[in-house]
Design a protein around this ligand. Structure first.
Ligand code: NAI
Length: 397
């Protein structure tokens, strides 16, 4: 029986391994983490993260071929394939601070694998890492390998929080990068066999290591770039009387562009886009490509501009000061799944209790602005024709 271990029981490691366990009953999957609290939660009825469908998958497999443990070394030593899915946040100090990915957790995981391994292993980069990380990881693993053979693969994860389980069950593609050597090809095949339990083989893309590592950063950069592009248009819509939803609809009908990721909003959030683009910018700078770095940096600058513009709109509408005023934030999560306020009866209640004039600033264009206006609110929707009040109180970013 093939044994898989995943280091890092987070938003990626937990759901990914649960789906592998579900689809591969012949594979034993252990998810390990240094955080006792997280592992205890994975072993309880209240999982540490919420994802639609995750509970059911975990309940089906836990205690059969899926386990969660803090005994990191034991499970790593026993496994044939080790996924590393630890966090790779932006560095806060030292060389590349504010941009480069912090690989401290990755490095310590790799050193531990090298220390405890007693048999050959395939080590899989699941975390999002800078291109060329596999080269450094190989050096750490082989430096002290006692004759053990390690094959490194890059298998970046493309799931989106909120739809993780359906993304994993039905992925657009699975990407596996490896060395173009006989051992490298054998390792790619072994991992491809795991995914082939449920993913059609034409959706399993095999590339060299650097293409796989870079593709993840490139995919997130392209997705974020679409958000910043439509958000930049939203500012122009407000200035001209155009409606960003109508513009996005018309633009997205072009099959070369497509309709997805064209909703104007208060900007992208979450743990990945900003960190991964900053990382990409840093890599470009390190490779002597300042123009390319500047191009991608602009995606983040527009995102910051959009957030600032939204806040400035709030402040200027309320006579340029918010001191002493109460502001309620509805939908604090970064995904529409959890921040949807459509049709909520609470909004009419809220209006009666509010000081007048009462405002709603919709950063995701999810509320029914017309309904709210009928109740008496002044409504700001990103990229939409402005209420007279807002026209009289122009905001500058
Ligand atoms: P997370 O922070 O939820 O989980 C990482 C886990 O790794 C933590 O529980 C931490 O305790 C554990 N860990 C750190 N060092 C360890 C060590 N040496 N030994 C054992 N456990 C250790 O992070 P998340 O969100 O799961 O992300 C992981 C990676 O996947 C990151 O590189 C991220 O960029 C990438 N990614 C994240 C996605 C997301 O939607 N969250 C989507 C695709 C990729």
């Amino acid at each position: 029986m093939v044994k898989i271990c995943c280091i890092g029981a987070g938003y990626v490691g937990g759901p990914t391994m649960a789906v592998i366990a579900l689809k591969c009953p012949n594979i034993q999957v252990a998810v390990v983490d240094i955080s006792t609290a997280r592992i205890n939660a994975w072993n309880s009825d209240t999982l540490p993260i919420y994802e639609p469908g995750l509970d059911e998958v975990v309940k089906k497999c836990r205690g059969k071929n899926l386990s969660f443990s803090t005994d990191v070394e034991k499970h790593v030593a026993e496994s044939d394939i080790v996924f590393v899915s630890v966090n790779t946040p932006t560095k806060t100090q030292g060389l590349g601070a504010g941009k480069a990915a912090d690989l401290t957790y990755w490095e310590s995981a790799a050193r531990m694998i090298a220390d405890v391994a007693k048999s050959n292993k395939i080590v899989v980069e699941k975390s999002t890492v800078p291109v060329k990380t596999a080269e450094a990881i190989e050096k750490i693993l082989t430096h002290n390998s006692k004759g053990i053979n390690f094959s490194i693969l890059s298998n970046p994860e493309f799931l989106a929080e909120g739809t993780a389980i359906s993304d994993l069950l039905n992925p657009d593609r699975v990407l596996i990068g490896g060395r173009e050597t006989p051992e490298g090809k054998k390792a790619i095949e072994a991992l491809r066999d795991v995914y082939a339990h449920w993913v059609p083989v034409d959706r399993i893309l095999c590339t060299n290591l650097w293409s796989a590592e870079l593709s993840k950063l490139a995919a997130n950069a392209f997705l974020a770039q679409r958000i910043s592009s439509v958000n930049a248009m939203s500012a122009l819509c407000e200035a001209t009387g155009a409606d960003v939803s109508q513009v996005a609809h018309a633009v997205g009908k072009d099959t070369r562009i497509g309709p997805k990721f064209l909703n104007a909003s208060v900007g992208f959030g979450g743990s990945c886009f900003q960190k991964d683009i900053l990382n990409l910018v840093y890599i470009c700078e390190c490779n002597g490509l300042p123009e390319v770095a500047t191009y991608w940096k602009q995606v983040i600058k527009v995102n910051d501009y959009q957030k600032t513009r939204f806040v400035n709109r709030i402040v200027s509408s309320m006579f340029n000061t918010v001191s002493g005023k109460k502001i309620a934030v509805l939908g604090f999560a970064f995904k529409k799944d959890t921040g949807d306020t459509r049709e909520t009866p609470a909004i009419d209640k809220i209006f009666n209790d509010m000081q007048k004039p009462a405002f709603v600033f919709d950063g995701r264009n999810v509320v029914d602005a017309e309904k709210l206006r009928k109740i008496g609110f002044i409504v700001y929707s990103i990229g939409k024709p402005l209420d007279d009040w807002l026209k009289d109180m122009p905001a500058v970013a």
